[in-house]
Design a protein around this ligand. Structure first.
Ligand code: IMP
Length: 204
């Protein structure tokens, strides 16, 4: 089955293809000549994933899906949450620091570790949440997944993407997600759970 995945993130695309398997052929907006930035201005992950999926569906009319992911840290009252992708740039703006590009992975990780260190003793318990919106023949369906864990004291590993070098999943408590094989991450991850639920739905 052909599906458009509304993302330009190569890490997400690789994981989604691995999770969904050979029965699904994933295309990206770039493959279809859609080069404009996909907006994500909602107040929730579900709103953002629906916004991204609709943006692509309106331009190509093909069955498609999008995901939006947030990292919630208990000791930061659930931040960065829906602001996860632009955490460093929003904190820099808040604190009057030099501007940072949104989606700057390294700056996001530095900001997260700095913000936690400002709250000594605060809980490092955290989770990734993913909301997936599928648009199939014009109808919308949603699927969710979470991965529980905690924020490491420092970065380790070079696998995965985004915040993986500072996230320790409950299932593998002695290393970060960036230090476990990608298929192991996919078997426990927020994205793995949401996309497997979507695949089950599509198979029915
Ligand atoms: P978005 O869903 O593309 O808006 O992603 C939100 C933020 O979470 C971005 O900074 C991503 O790098 C990060 N992110 C999304 N999925 C993962 C993941 O599986 N591991 C680590 N970071 C992720």
């Amino acid at each position: 089955m052909k599906l458009v995945f509304a993302t330009s993130n190569k890490g997400k695309l690789r994981e989604a293809q691995e999770i969904l398997g050979e029965g699904f052929e994933l295309l990206t907006p770039t493959d279809l000549g859609i080069d404009s930035d996909i907006p994500e201005t909602g107040d929730t992950l579900a709103e953002n994933s629906a916004q991204k999926a609709r943006f692509v569906y309106e331009r190509c009319g093909l069955d498609c899906f999008a995901d939006d992911t947030g990292l919630e840290v208990d000791g930061l009252n659930g931040a960065p949450g829906v602001h996860t992708a632009r955490y460093a740039s929003e904190v820099a703006e808040r604190d009057g620091l030099a501007p940072v590009a949104s989606h700057d992975f390294a700056a996001n990780i530095r900001t997260l570790l700095r913000e936690i260190s400002l709250h000594p003793g605060a809980s490092r318990k955290a989770r990734f949440r993913t909301s997936v919106t599928l648009i199939l023949s014009g109808k919308e369906y949603s699927f969710d997944g979470t991965m529980e864990g905690r924020i490491a004291d420092s970065e380790a590993g070079c696998g995965g993407f985004g915040y993986d070098p500072v996230f320790i999943a409950d299932e593998y408590p002695d290393r970060t997600v960036a230090e476990i094989p990608e298929e192991t991450k996919n078997s426990i991850s927020h994205r793995g759970k949401a996309l497997r639920a979507m695949a089950e739905f599509l198979k029915k």
